[in-house]
Design a protein around this ligand. Structure first.
Ligand code: SAH
Ligand code: SF4
Length: 372
């Protein structure tokens, strides 16, 4: 049985053609499925009855199932999505005055092992399918609309106005599925979001950034977190493969096609690790050729992380150095504290396939650690 949530409009048109139907049916179906959030073919009134019956026999519209929904005191919501075999990922909705942002996951866990990230600590299980990625938007819309119908929310078709690929996983490590899901987000017959309102965050997979620029150039955020290769090698290990100089060059290339004329650099503030004035000055040197904004993220703690959040004064001083150099800097507010919905706290349920815990036990006694 085909799950039609896995298809973008073009793939759906090819499917219709393969069963002898007109390709424009794809547009109608995208509207029903995504714009109106319907899963019952029988209710799709502008599709002829024989085709509706055929679809019901051959295909389905099956979103992933939600195993838990939590609502924070500040209105932030978090859904735990069941991805089978004891695994789960999380999706977070963050309402603000002028927009509603959905933070979407792309993988069960993550293989990249950034040292300050709870997802990274849990290991990697598998990539999400297109249906599981776009399904998060489908489900969140469904749930928010239901509450609007009950009068619990303002009735507003555009409750989700922005999507950020900043949940669990490295989106560019699940390239094909993430790009197809984003094409559905941008499709006027589906969610109709503009490229500026969809942001992909990456830890810096340079070749995939170059592909994204051609295939689906949405707004780009890059997780920088360190102002020199020595420190970045340590806390964002993918830096050993794609060091800062190459990463900055890739950012510049991306801007040729990006919907915004800047890259957002994310920088997690770790007390005593990357938050001194010297680090801020080095950072200015590293990014000097790339039009950018900064988003400072106070570290969100999780058990046994080994890190502390930078002191507020140090964050302010760090920010001031960047601002005085003329940059726009935002310091991210922590939302959904009471339901562990902040950046880097998304835990879901990951059955690690990389045996990370065992490897970490061995790594614990490396000479470097003893020296530290
Ligand atoms: N894998 C992608 C996107 C997911 S993480 C990436 O790394 O960019 C979204 C953001 O949260 C990234 O900037 C990530 O580095 C940051 N983050 C991870 N763990 C964090 C933590 N414990 N506290 C604050 N931010 C964290
Ligand atoms: Fe993966 Fe991003 Fe976490 Fe690094 S910060 S481990 S890339 S999810």
């Amino acid at each position: 049985m085909r799950n039609l949530l896995n298809f973008n409009q073009q793939q759906l048109a090819e499917y219709f053609q393969s069963i002898g139907e007109k390709p424009f049916r794809a547009k109608q179906l995208m509207r029903w499925m995504h714009h109106f959030g319907m899963y019952d073919f029988e209710q799709m009134t502008d599709i002829a009855k024989p085709l509706r019956e055929r679809l019901a026999r051959e295909a389905s519209i099956t979103p992933p199932s939600v195993s838990l929904e939590q609502i924070s005191n500040d209105g932030t919501r978090k859904w735990l999505i069941d991805t089978g075999a004891g695994n789960g990922v999380e999706t977070v909705f963050i309402p603000e005055d002028d927009r509603g942002t959905l933070c979407v996951s792309s993988q069960v866990g993550c293989a990249l092992e950034c040292t300050f990230c709870s997802t990274g600590r849990q290991g990697f299980n598998r990539n999400l399918t297109v249906a599981e990625i776009i399904g998060q938007l489908w489900l969140a819309n469904h749930s928010l609309r239901q509450d609007a119908d009950y009068g619990l929310l303002a009735k507003d078709d555009r409750i989700i106005s922005n999507v950020v690929m900043m949940g669990m996983g490295e989106p560019l490590a699940n390239y094909d599925n993430v790009v197809t899901a984003m094409q559905i987000m941008l499709d006027d017959s589906a969610y109709g979001l503009s490229r500026r309102r969809v942001t992909l965050s990456t830890s810096g997979l340079v070749p995939a950034m170059d592909r994204l620029k051609e295939d689906c150039p949405v707004a780009l955020a890059v997780s920088l977190h360190a102002p020199n290769d020595k420190l970045r090698d340590e806390i964002v290990p993918i830096n050993k493969k794609y060091p800062l100089k190459e990463l900055m060059a890739a950012c510049l290339r991306y801007l040729e096609k990006a919907p915004r004329d800047f890259v957002t650099f994310e920088y997690v503030m770790l007390d005593g690790v990357n938050d001194t004035l010297e680090h801020a000055k080095q950072l200015l040197q590293v990014v000097k050729d790339v039009p950018c904004k900064f988003n400072l993220i106070p570290f969100n703690p999780f058990p046994d992380s080994g890190y502390e959040t930078s002191k507020p004064d140090n964050i302010r001083r760090f920010r001031d150095v960047l601002m005085q150099a003329g940059y726009v800097v935002t310091t991210r507010k922590t939302r959904g504290d009471d339901i562990d919905a902040a950046c880097g706290q998304l835990a879901g349920k990951v059955q690690d396939k990389t045996r990370r815990t065992e490897r970490k036990k061995i790594m614990r006694i490396t000479p470097l650690e003893i020296a530290a």
